[in-house]
Design a protein around this ligand. Sequence first.
Ligand code: SAM
Ligand code: SF4
Ligand code: SF4
Length: 340
Amino acid sequence: MSARPQPLALPLDRLGRPLRDLRLSVIDACNFRCGYCMPADQVPDDHGLDAASRLSFDEIEVLARAAARVGATKLRITGGEPLLRKGLPDLVARLARIEGIDDLAMTTNGALLARHARALREAGLRRLTISLDALDPALFHELSGNRGDIGDVLAGIAAAGQAGFGSLKINCVVQRGVNEDEVLPLVEHFRGSGHVLRFIEYMDVGTCNGWRRDRVVPSAELRDRIHARWPLHALDAHYRGEVAERHAFDDGAGEVGFVSSVTAPFCGDCHRARVSADGRLYTCLFSASGIDLRADIGQGEVALSERLSALWGARADRYSELRGSERASARHVEMFLVGG
Ligand code: SAM
Ligand code: SF4
Ligand code: SF4
């Protein structure tokens, strides 16, 4: 484990939670239009910041170094679709060298992964999460907003394995009446592969996806369905604050995870901050607005870490615990701006 640069006392927020995990969106554009995130009828094809409005790699590095100073040990690169950002392996190489960051990961839809996996691995990326909501080619295409080809994602998964990524996380967002029937085929496909399939409850992120609670399939229901076919037993969390509840197959064919943000909120252990591609800090996935850090980034790593410490210290977010109550804000940042 690398040593952390150590000028500041590590801040706790108002609910006593440390900052551990920084999610960096490197681009707000995407080559897909998943209906739960970026519906095609709401987000035009040419949507996206111009390149000059995005944080540069220098700025992202300052931000990541400052976050490490105030306690972050995990960095996740996300988007939009991060593989659309030019020169990404160069950024990965810079982030991989930061002292105190022990875990460098990326979330991608996988469509462009086959051509980038090796360079990312060689640059120092440690872990990959790939989003995959269906195996059926026609349904997959439809769910991607008629942009994606399942063959490309499966090729990306294979390429990641060949590049040395080892066990991948495969994330599937399940919606009632949309892709529930893909759950068992996905389990069958990934059981015994060494990869960990995780089912994510459909969330009311953003404002453009027309979220309805009756579209959420509770994790408990999915777990029961899978258990009836391939018996499961619960596993302990790897660490405090792990969002996925882990279950192993009784026959030793690996494990599956469930992320139950709607039916079993985990705000009490939420150690995550998110920064959008244009440098806005969101201390909750459901924040209505972000705090512009650009000027602070320009002041350098130490000044920025002091600002981050103050902002984190003021945090009291716990939206998922308040969902449905009067105290829960109705406006939320879009998921494609902060990256999940
Ligand atoms: N484009 C990349 C991808 O899809 O993996 C990274 C960004 S995407 C916003 C990150 C994750 O958010 C994906 O796994 C996606 O499935 C998830 N996501 C987006 N909208 C969601 C929603 N309404 N509920 C649950 N998860 C969602
Ligand atoms: Fe793009 Fe990822 Fe959002 Fe789908 S979930 S539209 S792939 S950013
Ligand atoms: Fe964290 Fe906000 Fe999600 Fe709660 S609702 S787990 S505070 S991001």
